[in-house]
Each structure stands twice: as structure tokens, then as C-alpha cells.
Design a binder for this molecule. Structure first.
Ligand code: CAA
Length: 447
């Protein structure tokens, strides 16, 4: 067992190359007010895959850039784990396809790397990081690093309420000893229960109970926070600089933020400071029944939301983690990892020295499980964040009309035949190249 620091050494993001503007294009077509998206859900746009993009191309393109930038060869990688809830095969894992793509571009191969696919809705990306962490800490890695790829086309059926929160993209992460970006805490908290809020039983698009899914997210996150505190000790708002949470849409994190703040300020100097303005937090023992307690708690939370204490904390700790999500929508397994990048990118743009600062990372997957852990920003974080080209990618996306969006949705729908043409010609990237004799997908690199 090694006790060397283990964490995320490098990260790359690949967004789907198409964009649907929610306020300008989607809202009018749906007969909605644009503010439902920009204010209510907190989203401006969704990313979509072009006709030749899918979970493999997006994941492989992110991983390719990461390996090139870090000067890695296949022999440096001992594991490739892909987290996705958009897999197209019940047997052959997406990681084999991604490895196959990468082998087209590097000398050597990944024949001695352990490959797999992780499934637990959106929390699977974090679970893959866990697996890599444990593999390294158990000293089974032979000095090699793990490649974790979280990749999804988060599409909903047309006219499903979830349609407004779609997205598509991939995050590739290198998990290694002495990481350049963040070190992961050994301590973790879990909140996990058998829930029926969002699932895909043998179907491409999810069945979703949207309103219930919001409640389940909040309940599991709360459990995970309590569980984390059992091993990591009490958390105070000053203990962490950013709180990247799973972000199906920013409005969800806004709901989670105030509950988390209430929880971690209970019994602290902050609760005392706030007492003059909004009173102390209700305690269960002071109420005769649960209903009265819950009513008082809701009243306190509503008042807390409006205080300067909370709003300042939210603006500093949570809001910067949502900048990218506002422009790309939900990337399922990649979402919390986009939130981490978004927050760090904002600190970098503000010229803040984040070395040694902590992040409280909250991952969530429907079905349902939340996980909470702490991360510590490492010395070379700025170099890693400045190497990202996500702004350029976002800038270059093709802006779809509503009719084009309908065509793209059909093009990615397994049940529809579509002959829609590509919107952006591929350049220096992996593309889907048709079907093989056993129904497998083929990929090639376009120079
Ligand atoms: N101006 C300002 N705000 C407005 C508005 C306007 N004109 N019109 C509506 N709003 C607000 C609403 O008040 C609401 O905010 P609150 O929840 O704070 O009240 C918000 O905009 C959304 O409006 P609706 O609730 O009417 O929206 P909806 O019925 O279309 O559904 C949803 C919203 C349930 C989240 C739906 O998008 C959905 O099902 N999404 C997929 C499931 C999901 O993302 N769940 C999140 C938790 S599960 C998870 O995290 C896993 C995962 O990745 C899927």
C-alpha cells in the first residue's frame, strides 16, 4: 500500500460541436418564456453531437488531446475506464473502442491495460476515479497511470420535460501519483438508495420522473454529506474554496447549495451571526411533530437564501462552478468534472492563487447515489487549466435552427432513419465511420 498523493493529474474536455440556444431557439418553438431557461433552469445553451460524433469519438478526442499534451505513450497507461449512461453495447465496453481509436494515433498499444465500463448513472465518472485511486493506492499499477473518460450524449425523447436539459460531451482525466491538478481525499461519504427517478430499461432515451428526481438528488446529497462528516469531520464553509456539484442544470445546484450551506453552518459562528437577522436554525427537539419542524425549516431556509452571508458564499463558492454548464447543458457522467474545471477556470481568470485550497466535490447519479469527497489544489494546477481549449470549442460550435435541431435529434435516434448531412466538416479528430460486419461501430481519424 502506497501513501503517495493520488489525484487528477490532467484533464481535457471535448464538447459536441453543435449548439442549441435555449432562450433564442428552443423556448419560442416550445411556447415558453426564455426566462424559464435562463433564470429558472439557469441554462443558456446545450451542446449536441454532429452527425459523425458519438460517445466514442468525443471520449477518444478528449483522451487523444490529453495524451499528446502530457507526452504519454500507451505503455504509460495501465487502465482505461469509461463511465457512460449512453452505451450502445451490453457486452463490449466503450473503452475498447476508445483504445482502438487511440492506437490509430500512437506507436504501441494498450494490450496490457485493464479496460472497463462503469455504470451508475451520472456518478459513474467519480466511481471510475475511485477505482483508479484504489488501484494506485494498492500498488497494483506498476508505476502506470489510469485514463478515466466520462462521455455521454444526454438526449431525452422529444417533448419530454428533460429535453431542455440535454447536452453532449466528454471529459478525459489522467489519475496518477503526485498529480498536477488536484489530490483526492481518502475520506468519502455516500448516500445511496434504491430509487426509481430516472432510468433507461432497455431503451435509448430515459424514463424520468423529473420532479421526484430533484427531491432524490437533494436527499442523497444530504446523506452523503452527513456520511462524509463521519470520517472527514465537521465541515465549515471556510474549509473549502469551491463546491463543484453534479449539475444536471444550474438551478438544481442552486437548490442544493442553500441546503448544504444550512447544514454546514449549523452550530457555527455563522449561525450565531445570522441569528439577529433570521433567528437560529429550528431544532427537531423543539417541535412536537415532524410537520411543524419541516415547516419551520422551510421558513428558515427561505429566509437564509436572501441573506448577504449566504449570497456572498454562493457567489464565491458555487456560482463559478456553473459557468460551463450554463453553455453546454447536462453531460451526465462528465457533469461534475465540468463543474470542477469551470470553478478552477474562474479562479485562474481572476488571477487567484488556488494552491492548497480545497474543493468539496459532490457527485450524484440517479437510481440513486451521491458521493462527497474533498480535493486539494496542487502546485501545477494553473498550467493544467490554462492548457484547456474549451472556450475556443464553445466559440466554434454550429448554432442550430430549431428545424436543424429536430434533424440532429432524429440523426441520433436509433429508431429513425436519417440522411441529415454534417454541420461542421471534421478536422484533426476521430469520426464515426459506419458499421462493421458484426454490427460493431467503426472509427477513423480525419487529418
Ligand atoms: N421565469 C423564471 N423562472 C421560471 C419561468 C419564468 N418565466 N418559468 C419557469 N421558471 C422556473 C420554475 O419556477 C422552475 O424553478 P423552481 O424549480 O425553482 O421552481 C424552473 O424554472 C423549471 O421550470 P419547471 O419546473 O416548470 O420545468 P419543467 O416542468 O419543464 O421541468 C425538470 C424541469 C423537472 C428539471 C425537467 O427539466 C426534467 O425532468 N429534467 C431531467 C431530470 C433532471 O435533470 N433532474 C435533476 C435531478 S436528477 C439528476 O441530477 C441526474 C441527471 O443528471 C438526470
Amino acid at each position: 500500500m502506497t501513501d503517495t498523493p493520488v489525484g487528477i493529474d490532467a484533464i481535457e474536455i471535448h464538447t459536441g460541436k453543435l449548439k442549441l440556444d435555449l432562450a433564442e431557439t428552443f423556448a419560442p418553438a416550445m411556447g415558453d418564456a426564455p426566462e424559464k431557461y435562463t433564470k429558472g433552469l439557469g441554462l443558456h445553451a446545450s451542446s449536441f453531437p454532429d452527425t459523425y460524433e458519438d460517445i466514442v469519438t468525443m471520449g477518444a478526442n478528449a483522451a487523444h488531446r490529453l495524451m499528446e499534451r502530457k507526452g504519454l505513450e500507451p505503455d504509460d497507461i495501465g487502465r482505461i475506464d469509461v463511465a457512460t449512461e449512453s452505451a450502445f453495447d451490453h457486452s463490449k465496453p466503450v473503452s475498447t473502442y476508445i483504445a482502438g481509436c487511440l492506437e490509430q494515433r500512437f506507436e504501441g498499444n494498450f494490450h496490457h491495460a485493464n479496460k472497463g465500463e462503469r455504470k451508475f448513472a451520472c456518478v459513474a465518472g467519480t466511481q471510475s476515479i475511485d477505482d483508479a485511486y484504489n488501484w494506485i493506492r494498492a500498488d497494483r499499477h506498476r508505476g502506470r497511470a489510469a485514463l478515466v473518460v466520462a462521455t455521454d450524449t444526454a438526449l431525452y425523447a422529444r417533448d419530454d420535460p428533460g429535453e431542455s436539459t440535454q447536452g453532449a460531451g466528454a471529459v478525459a482525466m489522467l489519475i496518477d501519483e503526485d498529480p498536477d491538478l488536484v489530490e483526492l481525499s481518502t475520506e468519502q461519504g455516500y448516500g445511496s438508495a434504491d430509487e426509481t427517478d430516472f432510468l433507461k430499461p432497455q431503451q435509448q432515451f430515459p424514463s424520468v420522473d423529473g420532479k421526484r428526481s430533484v427531491k432524490v438528488y437533494l436527499a442523497r446529497m444530504r446523506e452523503a454529506l452527513i456520511d462524509y462528516q463521519r470520517v472527514g469531520g465537521t465541515i465549515h464553509p471556510d474549509d473549502f474554496r469551491l463546491g463543484p456539484f453534479h449539475t444536471p442544470f444550474p438551478g438544481m445546484v442552486r437548490k442544493a447549495g442553500v441546503l448544504a450551506y444550512r447544514h454546514i453552518t449549523r452550530g457555527t459562528d455563522i449561525e450565531d451571526e445570522l441569528a439577529e437577522e433570521i433567528g437560529k436554525q429550528p431544532r427537531r427537539e423543539a417541535f412536537e411533530d415532524e410537520e411543524a419542524f419541516m415547516e419551520a425549516l422551510t421558513e428558515y431556509t427561505d429566509a437564509l437564501k436572501e441573506t448577504d452571508h449566504y449570497l456572498d458564499w454562493y457567489d464565491r463558492t458555487i456560482d463559478p462552478t456553473l459557468d460551463l454548464a450554463r453553455e453546454v447543458g447536462n453531460w451526465y457522467t462528465g457533469s461534475v468534472h465540468v463543474a470542477r474545471v469551470s470553478g478552477l477556470k474562474s479562479l485562474a481568470e481572476d488571477g487567484e492563487d488556488a494552491v492548497g485550497q480545497n474543493l468539496l466535490v459532490g457527485s450524484y447519479g440517479s437510481g440513486a447515489q451521491a458521493e462527497i469527497h474533498m480535493e486539494t489544489v496542487q502546485e501545477n494546477w494553473l498550467e493544467e487549466i490554462e492548457a484547456l481549449d474549451i472556450d475556443e470549442q464553445l466559440e466554434n460550435r454550429y448554432d442550430l435552427t430549431f428545424e436543424e435541431y429536430e434533424d440532429v435529434h432524429d440523426a441520433h435516434n436509433y429508431d429513425k432513419d436519417s440522411s441529415v448531412e454534417e454541420f461542421r466538416p471534421p478536422e484533426a479528430e476521430f469520426v464515426f465511420d459506419g458499421w462493421g460486419r458484426m454490427g460493431e461501430r467503426k472509427y477513423r481519424y480525419v487529418e
